[in-house]
Design a protein around this ligand. Structure first.
Ligand SMILES: [Fe+2]
Length: 223
């Protein structure tokens, strides 16, 4: 039995102080991009909690890497396809932090941002229960009200950490409006063997791995 909503707090695996120290830089650069309004719109995908909610909620993306193949969501962890974009150079200090994350190789790397902090419709990223994307979601400040939602009960939990990995299939995730610039970063790839050794991958239903890991932590904390 896996309990939702939940997320795996990854702050122990990331240099949070270094991340927080980058907040001014990120805020400055992203504010400039808001003014230019030239980045691609963020698309939630088709798996919305509320079918009437917008799939293009208004946020935008900076692609720090780009696939050599036509756009395909299922390529995001095909690390051989992705190469850095010119924007990666603009965000060089962020790329330096990404280089310290526990990946053997990286694939898609994006910054998701919204100058006016609009809500992001609750959605699942895909519906393949056996497909577990290895990614780290992280941020330099805690202003984006990002949450997980259990479809069975409607219960929500707000992410309180700087870095997280979460089940994107068996629960929904989204953001409430913040009223000001909000942003987060997501790096997909292949975790390092050392990092993987921490993860209780299940024999089936692999997409639940981050939830099972989060639950194992909760069990230790309460025992
Ligand atoms: Fe998503």
């Amino acid at each position: 039995m896996v309990y939702y909503p939940c997320y795996k707090n990854l702050d122990a695996y990331i240099d949070v102080d270094r991340l927080v120290a980058l907040d001014g830089f990120m805020t400055d650069r992203l504010s400039q991009r808001v003014a230019k309004a030239a980045d691609r719109a963020f698309y939630t995908g088709p798996f919305l909690l509320d079918a009437q909610a917008p799939t293009l909620p208004g946020s935008q993306m900076v692609y720090l890497s780009r696939s050599r193949e036509p756009d395909n969501y299922y390529d995001l962890d095909q690390t051989n396809l992705w190469e850095p974009t010119p924007d990666a150079a603009e965000f060089a200090p962020l790329m330096a932090i990404i280089a310290t994350l526990p990946f053997a190789a990286t694939g898609r790397m994006i910054i998701m941002y919204d100058g006016s902090g609009r809500a992001v419709s609750a959605h699942r990223d895909h519906d393949s229960a056996e497909l577990c994307h290895e990614f780290i979601w992280f941020r330099t400040n805690l202003r984006k009200p990002f949450y997980m939602l259990d479809p069975e009960t409607g219960e929500r939990c707000t992410v309180g950490s700087h870095a997280a990995w979460f089940d994107t299939v068996n629960q929904f995730h989204g953001a409430d409006a913040s009223g000001g610039l909000s942003f987060s970063i997501r790096v997909d790839g292949v975790f390092s063997d050392e990092f993987r050794r921490n993860i209780p991958f299940p024999p089936t239903g692999r997409a639940a791995a981050p939830a099972i890991w989060a639950q194992a932590d909760a069990a230790v904390a309460t025992s």
